[in-house]
Design a binder for this molecule. Structure first.
Ligand SMILES: *Cc1c(COP(=O)(O)O)cnc(C)c1O
Ligand SMILES: [Zn+2]
Length: 419
């Protein structure tokens, strides 16, 4: 293996200028975002279906297409989450075939962020960093804190101070320094950009962003392999910065270009909460650029009013013929309950957004009823109990007596009969 693994350079998405593979993320000429460029000819020779199938069931089975030079050292067990054939949910939504890619059970912190963090921290270690940090809407902070602890790295995480208790505790427990900023995510992010310029830390979603973002491709690689090396017709992805959506598209492009997947046409649909919908609002209006917003939604993990990859997410939807749609807080809760009651999967608010939007797109005919779709569920409901408590029914409480139980049962039956 060469000293850069299968990477060639960092490359500006706007002007194509190339940069060395260091901790940097913007082009000096036009401030375009930098992206990792790979040596696809070498990858093609090394990454075959056979080779992949023989490797351990983690996201690292696609390592040639992930931006680390040597073997990964952080998050080596992340990924390969279940792709669930969701027949009961399909019936409820009125579509022929439906799958749920379930990153609510990703290891170790129960969200898709473990994918991006294992890449960002493995690369940070390669580049010699001892301290890692992030600006986060919650899940990223959890994952950076946990994976940094396991790797023995010092860790600072910056979050809006009003996050769900579950997200806060899930960062504190690993011993990270958790800094709550009195402001929304976009202000947290702005502060982190300043700090990153001043301290020699690896900020996973600032100076390490080109590497970090590539980790999201693994979710799309797995979907294709789990569908029998096939690209799904329709994919619904929830969006915060919009990065995951663009990287799922890239994963489909890479696998089909390399002959690993069949299927050459796919539509990628973007989902947001109505209380923070800069990307879907622009998509619905037919615009190429979004207008920044001040978020107000229970889907706090998606509450980014100035999404860094919003422009590129809009482009992917346009190029693939996908649509954007958004759902209210009540529709998000309905989505969470529907997924739980039909498939036994408890997703966080972001998953409620994905399910709610899929329901709308199917009803609108934008995802045809005779087609097949994959819903990306990205986080676990146990972390956002605050959002659903009081909306999921109540415990029936009785004394430990058979008589009371039978009285309760009779009452429930008669209520069900009159309902
Ligand atoms: C971060 C996050 C997303 C989306 O992330 P992007 O910034 O769009 O890549 C989706 N779901 C959950 C649960 C998240 O934490
Ligand atoms: Zn440039």
């Amino acid at each position: 293996m060469s000293q850069n693994g299968f990477m060639k350079a960092l490359k500006c998405r706007e002007c194509g200028r190339e940069y060395p593979l260091t901790a940097t993320h913007v082009c000096e000429f036009d401030f375009g975002p930098l992206e990792v460029a790979y040596d696809y000819d070498r990858i093609r020779r090394s990454l075959t279906r056979d080779a992949i199938s023989r490797r351990p069931q983690t996201m690292w089975r696609y390592r040639e297409l992930l931006p680390v030079a040597g073997e990964p050292t952080v998050g080596t067990q992340v990924g390969f989450t279940p792709l669930v054939k969701a027949d009961r949910l399909a019936r409820a939504l009125g579509i022929r075939e439906l799958y749920v890619k379930n990153d609510a059970v990703n290891y170790p912190t129960l969200s898709f962020k473990d994918r991006v963090v294992s890449v960002a921290l493995s690369r940070s270690v390669e580049l010699g960093f001892k301290t890692v940090a992030c600006a986060s809407t919650g899940n990223l902070a959890n994952s950076v804190a946990a994976n940094a602890a396991a790797a023995g790295l010092e860790c600072f995480v910056f979050i809006p101070s009003d996050l769900e208790l579950g997200k806060v505790v899930n960062s504190l427990v690993y011993g990270a320094t958790v800094i709550g900023i009195r402001g929304h995510y976009d202000e947290v992010n702005r502060l982190c950009a300043e700090i990153a310029g001043k301290y020699n830390w690896a900020f996973v979603n600032v100076n390490m962003r080109p590497y970090y973002a590539e980790g999201s491709k693994s979710m799309g690689f797995e979907i294709q392999e789990q569908l029998g090396w096939h690209v799904p017709e329709h994919t619904v992805v929830c969006m915060a910065s919009g990065s995951l959506l663009t990287k799922i598209h890239k994963s489909y492009q890479e696998f089909s270009k390399m002959g690993l997947s069949s299927g050459s046409k796919w539509k990628i649909h973007g989902a947001q909460a109505t209380g923070c919908n800069p990307i879907t609002q622009a998509q619905k209006a037919g615009l190429d650029f979004f207008k920044p917003q001040k978020p107000n939604t229970i889907a706090k993990s998606l509450a980014i009013g100035t999404p860094a990859d919003g422009f590129y997410a809009l482009r992917v939807m346009k190029e693939t013929g996908g649509h954007g749609e958004d759902v209210t807080d009540d529709e998000i809760r309905d989505g969470i309950r529907l997924l739980a009651e039909t498939e036994g999967i408890f997703a966080e608010t972001a998953g409620g957004v994905t399910v709610g939007v899929a329901k709308k797109l199917i009803a609108q005919g934008r995802i045809p009823r005779d087609s097949s779709a994959v819903l990306c569920v990205t986080g676990n409901g146990l972390k956002t109990l605050d959002a659903v408590v009081g909306h999921v029914g109540e415990t029936r409480e009785i004394r430990p007596s058979l008589r009371e139980f039978e009285a309760l049962l009779a009452k429930e039956k008669s209520e069900a009969a009159t309902a």
